[in-house]
Structure formats: structure tokens, C-alpha cells
Design a protein around this ligand. Structure first.
Ligand code: TRP
Length: 395
């Protein structure tokens, strides 16, 4: 089975990325033809305003991939934007993709929802204004001809001012926060490119005639759309593309240090680029069973994030059982428990950290690896595009 997947370069990788995605990719590269790429164009569908860190983020991702064991001997590792054919196929797919398919896409709908919420706020504000204007009108000692029209115009002007202030960022961020909308979410992504995000993703996959796409659950709608685009293309121009299937990663096994989903934005992530000291600090601050206040209080390992880490990183299964028993019996304190866990975690992280440093020392080699990967990808992509153009009578 030919496997294709990509990752947006949004910064350093953490444990969640490894157990959610990379581990899966590593298994697949052992006995499948695998294409893995840095989706830098996809990063631009949202973060197009500030591209200052783009190259740095791409570089970090490349380093992490190699350090974590993606192997250029086994996988084609490359950078999306180095294979311009993706863009050509994206363009051709955009011709045959009904807009409604994209507008129903959940990611896009979320964004639209935020937009509607913003409009709602503006309307509510307008409602409040109406009352204020009425009151003001009642106070002035003279009569205005054509009162209705004047009121409308005043309202329009004020509403306009409010809305543009909202979008110019002049409204208190705290106000928006209270209202639970992110202004950025909206106006950063109300673009043609963002709407077409899944079309580009379909091109990424189908240009290699990918059959399996290892992704997280959040990507399922995108894979479904890829299948629909493949089907439509085949129907219109003849059998060209396979209908790829998602290869789901099981639910993430590793929570963040506070027990929630591990995420950079929650500030609960352990990064592969973290030093030993940083990791130690994070682990010592980790959340445990909130009912276990003192060393001798009995704890509940089944709800404790630290215990979940034990299951992943503590190699000795007898020791894990003992920890489970001692914690429940109130014989093991959290500090001691964390110390034991930290040993296993460090055993896992240390070699990765070391490989990171090795890779970082030879950036030229890193660049060459991805250059060669991009070259290999390009060959396959070129061949597919020949077929596509012929099928569409473009030559
Ligand atoms: N949308 C994917 C994500 O955010 C990244 C991606 C881009 C991708 N193109 C792809 C994944 C093609 C799989 C196949 O995670």
C-alpha cells in the first residue's frame, strides 16, 4: 500500500505528536512505500500574515523527524512547496470541486460559526445602540423631521464604527475573550486559500496515488473529501486515482502535564527539544490525583496523568504494578512516584535529544536529505501530472 501523509510546520514536536502520529509513521515505513512531507503551503492557509518564522519552523520539524526515527532510506521525506506539481493538481481539482463540499467541511464551518458569532455581537450591539439613540432623541429639545431616517443613519454609522474597530483590533481583547470568540480565528481564515485547504490536501495525497493516509481523527473529513474528489475526477476523465483510506491513530496515549490533551497552546507539553532540566521541572509540576494531598493519602492511578506516563515509559511491568498498589494504599508519595517515572521518561528522551544534536550539527546534510526526498517526490508527481493532463485533454 502506498502511504502519504503530511504535517504543518507549526513549531517543535512534543510527546503528543510522537504517540499520536510519528510512532505510526515509523511502523508504516518498515513495510510500505511511504511519502511524508512538511506541509508548508498548508501552514500559509492560516498563518499567512507572519511568515517570519516559517523557515525556522520547517527546519525544526525536519530535525525532529530525523531525531525521532523517520528514515530517509525507508521513507521519501520532503517539503511540499518544493514539489510545484501539488499546486497544479490543486488548481485542476479546484475546477471540479463544488463549493458546497468545501463549505460543509467541519473545519471551515467552525470558522464560519465564529464569524456568525461576531456578527451576532455586532447585532446585539446595534440593539443596545437603538435604545440609546431613542433615549438621546427623547432628550433633545427640538424635533427632527424624518426622525426614522436620521436614527437609521446614526445607527448605521455607529455600527460601522464598532465593526471596523472590532476588525482593526481596537476593541478590548478582554471583551472578545469574555465573549469567547477569537477575532483572529475569523479574519485570518476567511480566505479563498483556507476554503480550499482540503483541495490542496487531496492534491497532496492523490498526486502520489496514495492509498493509505495515517492521520488523526480530526482529519477524517479531509480524507473523505479527497475520496470524493478522486471519484469525481475518475468519473469525468477516466480512471486515474485510487480512493485513499485514512489509517487512524488510536486515541492519544499521552496526556499533557496537566492531564488535558497535550498541546503547545495549553502550556502542558514536553518537547523533544527540551533539556533534561526543563523536562524535570515540568514533571515535578505535573498534576496528579487532586484528592491525594499528602504522601500518605491513597491515590487513584487510573485518573493520574503521571501513572499514564508510567505505563508508557516505565519499562519494568512489575514495578508499574507495585506503583499502582502502593499509590492506592497511600504508601507512595507523588514526588517519589514522579522521580521513578522521570527515569523511564529520560531513558526515552535522552537518545532522541542526542540525535537531535547530531542532526543539528550537520544542517547541510539535513538539507540534502530533504532535497533528495523532494527530487524523488517530484519524479512521481511529474508522472501523475502527465496522466492527468492527458486525461483532461490538456495536451
Ligand atoms: N491537514 C493535515 C494536518 O493538519 C496536514 C496535511 C496536509 C496532510 N496535507 C496532507 C495530512 C496530506 C495527510 C495528507 O494535520
Amino acid at each position: 500500500m502506498r502511504i502519504v501523509s503530511g504535517m504543518r510546520p507549526t513549531g517543535k514536536l512534543h510527546l503528543g505528536h510522537y504517540f499520536g502520529v510519528i510512532e505510526n509513521w515509523k511502523k508504516l515505513q518498515e513495510d510500505h512505500e511511504t511519502f511524508f512531507f512538511v506541509a508548508d503551503w498548508h501552514a500559509l492557509t492560516t498563518a499567512y500574515k507572519n511568515t517570519k518564522d516559517l523557515q525556522k519552523n520547517i527546519r525544526e520539524l525536519m530535525i525532529d523527524w530525523l531525531a525521532l526515527g523517520l528514515d530517509p532510506e525507508k521513507s521519501v521525506l520532503f517539503i511540499q512547496s518544493k514539489v510545484k506539481e501539488h499546486a497544479e493538481l490543486h488548481l485542476l481539482f479546484s475546477m471540479i470541486t463544488p463549493k458546497s463540499w468545501l463549505e460543509w467541511n467541519p473545519t471551515y464551518k467552525d470558522m464560519k460559526y465564529n464569524l456568525l458569532k461576531l456578527q451576532d455581537i455586532a447585532l446585539q450591539f446595534r440593539g443596545g445602540l437603538r435604545d440609546a439613540v431613542k433615549e438621546f432623541m427623547g432628550l433633545i429639545p427640538y424635533k427632527i423631521e424624518d426622525f426614522e431616517k436620521f436614527e437609521e443613519r446614526l445607527l448605521d454609522d455607529l455600527a460601522e464604527t464598532f465593526i471596523s474597530a472590532l476588525f482593526e483590533g481596537e476593541i478590548e481583547p478582554q471583551l472578545l475573550k469574555n465573549l469567547n470568540v477569537s477575532k483572529r480565528d475569523f479574519y485570518e481564515t476567511d480566505t479563498y486559500g483556507f476554503l480550499g485547504y482540503p483541495v490542496l490536501q487531496a492534491a497532496d495525497i492523490l498526486i502520489y496515488k496514495g492509498e493509505g493516509v495515517p492521520v488523526g481523527e480530526d482529519q477524517l473529513p479531509h480524507i473523505e473529501l479527497t475520496r470524493e474528489i478522486a471519484r469525481r475526477f475518475n468519473y469525468l476523465y477516466g480512471d486515474t486515482f485510487p480512493e485513499p483510506e485514512a489509517i487512524l491513530t488510536e486515541t492519544p496515549k499521552v496526556p499533557g502535564t496537566d492531564g488535558r490533551k497535550m498541546s503547545k497552546s495549553y502550556n502542558n507539553a514536553i518537547f523533544f527539544a527540551d533539556t533534561e532540566e526543563e523536562v524535570q521541572k515540568k514533571v515535578m509540576k505535573m498534576f496528579t490525583d487532586p484528592q491525594k494531598l499528602r504522601k500518605n493519602d491513597p491515590g487513584r492511578p487510573d485518573i493520574c496523568p503521571v501513572f499514564m506516563y508510567h505505563k508508557l515509559f516505565t519499562k519494568d511491568s512489575d514495578l508499574i504494578e507495585q506503583i499502582d498498589r502502593d499509590c492506592r494504599a497511600g504508601k507512595l508519595g507523588c514526588v517519589e512516584c514522579k522521580r521513578i517515572m522521570l527515569q523511564g521518561l529520560e531513558e526515552f528522551l535522552a537518545p532522541i535529544r542526542e540525535r537531535r544534536q547530531t542532526v543539528e550539527r550537520d544542517i547541510d546534510k539535513l538539507i540534502q536529505i530533504f532535497e533528495e526526498g523532494s527530487q524523488k517526490a517530484r519524479e512521481k508527481a511529474k508522472a501523475t501530472m502527465e496522466e492527468v493532463r492527458t486525461a483532461m485533454n490538456l495536451k
